[in-house]
Design a protein around this ligand. Structure first.
Ligand code: NAP
Length: 489
């Protein structure tokens, strides 16, 4: 059994940023527990061709890092992001704190000792005063609604579990789905395969990416962190100004987004019938707006076909659609997204009085400020419920959470508390207001998305601008917490 002050679950971009912030604060008693054999989280897992971030590189990095990466492109690709994550680990000397191949499957609040007892699948136990969950929202592949996958005779895999040993050259390939992952994959593989069939269930709005490499002069300019941070600030302000595009009611920003998306479609897709299929029937922002200008041109290729008939089932030869047609295939790529709503996967978290977090969240995950949950003392979630965004960089949300956790740690020390547990009323008050505001956002519009449950409870997205979240997170309000002292912990 090993004891730490803080245990962080997940060595992705969220958990590693927290670890570096702790180091900067002079803290050394912490561990980062990671199920995989390497760091990087989503940027380790997603190795599909074309994997890249759809937020500009300058805005997709920690502002507190004194040595900003030497980004080669406007929109960084996965290998570069992963490499920067690895060098971040080196520069902050985080490796001694990271335990790889340590898959946590349970965490239990020990009421007597005021500690978290954290267990791994290998049967190890780690004891920590504070437990920080940074396991991400987008890492449990979903195949929901796809029947008969095991019957397929060819090769098939999920976009986040790319089979680099499967040669696609000259093959009849299908991509199921047309979300953020699929639109990056399709242009990359279309030229190599014999035929590519894209199965679209619902259309998405696209806006131009205009990606480009930075030239040597620009890179030189940005090597002084100050200029890069200025550029970051400009991208931040631009993205913030887009928050109107995430609202349901008409407003000039939303109008402009519709105009840009329509113009891209009209310019890149000459065929009116195809345009009809590619234009969504739900409000813009309801699902993620895709930043892609090479997807429609890829669909225009002679060897690429868009199928909008629903998939009925997977059969040994390929995919059978509801009209009875069997699409014969050699390879099926499932770009079908992730299970995002449980927030827990197989992880069992037990709080005060034996309360299970899974039970507490049975009708939708919720937290106070997306970070703490009543009945689960000293548990802090990073990129937890309602902290995803449709218009700006998640790094910004994480940075608010890091500072919030640090404030909580200071408050805990100042009050000589064993633990801080957010009050039920505070959490409910926050969530009632949040869901009320969310009703006016595009996320509440008439579409299905990974942001909400079947009955419309929005579990994943924040309701407003990043500025509003920063404001809400600026001060740690002790009144909203129960302070558990040694005798009462
Ligand atoms: P996704 O956005 O959830 O897209 C999944 C796609 O699969 C959708 O088109 C969905 O159709 C389709 N699908 C799911 N089940 C299906 C079924 N049974 N039959 C037919 N189609 C089915 O997943 P993703 O593309 O992996 O992206 C997830 C998130 O990851 C993104 O929203 C984004 O936040 C992040 N991401 C970011 C980047 C980037 O930065 N560029 C890249 C990749 C991913 P419906 O729309 O009809 O449900």
């Amino acid at each position: 059994m090993t004891e730490y002050t803080i245990a962080i679950l997940g060595a992705g971009i969220g958990g590693l940023g927290m670890a570096a912030k702790l180091k900067k604060e002079g803290k050394s008693s912490f561990v980062v527990l990671e199920k995989a054999d390497a760091v990087g989280g989503t940027w380790r897992e997603n190795t599909y061709p074309g994997a890249a971030c759809d937020v500009q590189s300058h805005l997709y990095w920690y502002s507190f890092d004194d040595q900003q990466p030497d980004w080669t492109r406007l929109y960084a690709q996965q290998p570069e992001i992963r490499q920067n994550v690895e060098s971040f680990v080196e520069r902050y000397d985080l490796a001694p704190h990271i335990r790889l191949n340590a898959e946590v499957n349970r965490a239990e609040w020990d009421h007597e000792r005021g500690r978290w007892l954290i267990g791994t699948t290998a049967g190890e136990q780690i004891v920590a005063e504070v437990f920080v969950g940074a396991w991400g929202q987008l890492n449990r592949p979903s195949f929901k609604g796809i029947e008969g996958r095991e019957s397929f005779r060819g090769a098939s895999f999920h976009s986040a579990q790319w089979r680099h040993d499967v040669d696609l050259a000259g093959k009849r390939v299908a991509v199921v789905g047309n979300g953020a992952s699929a639109v990056q994959i399709v242009p990359q593989i279309a030229g190599d395969v014999a035929s590519l069939t894209v199965f679209q269930r619902s259309a998405n709005y696209h806006v131009p990416r205009m990606d480009r490499a930075y030239d040597q002069d620009e890179r030189q300019l940005y090597r002084g962190a100050a200029r890069l941070l200025e550029s970051r600030e400009a991208f931040f302000a631009e993205h913030e100004s887009w928050v109107g595009a995430m609202k349901l009611d008409a407003n000039p920003v939303l109008d402009e987004f519709y105009r840009i998306a329509r113009e891209l479609l009209e310019t890149q897709v000459p065929d009116a019938e195809l345009r009809e299929k590619l234009w969504p029937d739900y409000p813009l922002g309801c699902k993620r707006v895709l930043v892609a200008d090479d997807y429609y041109p890829a669909l225009m290729r002679d060897n690429v076909e868009l199928v909008t008939e629903r998939i009925a089932e997977v059969v040994p030869e390929g995919l059978r659609t509801r009209d009875g047609a069997v699409h014969e295939l050699d390879v099926v790529i499932y770009a079908t997204g992730f299970e995002t709503l449980s927030f827990l996967g197989d992880l069992e978290i037990t709080g005060r009085d034996g309360r299970s977090l899974r039970d507490v969240w049975h009708d939708g995950a919720r937290a106070y400020l997306g970070t703490t949950v009543s009945g689960f003392p000293n548990l802090f979630l990073l990129y937890g419920p309602n902290t995803n965004l449709g218009h700006n960089s998640i790094i910004l949300m994480l940075e608010c959470q890091y500072d919030y956790v640090l404030q909580a740690l200071r408050t805990r020390a100042e009050t000589s508390a064993v633990a801080l547990d957010v009050r039920r009323e505070a959490m409910h008050r926050f969530n009632d207001r949040l869901q009320e505001t969310l009703r006016g956002t595009a996320f509440a519009g008439g579409c299905t998305s990974w942001y909400k449950t079947a009955d419309g409870h929005i579990t994943n997205n924040w309701s407003g601008s990043v500025g509003e979240y920063q404001e809400a997170m600026r001060t740690f309000r002790l009144d909203d917490y129960e302070v558990l002292q040694p005798a009462t912990a």
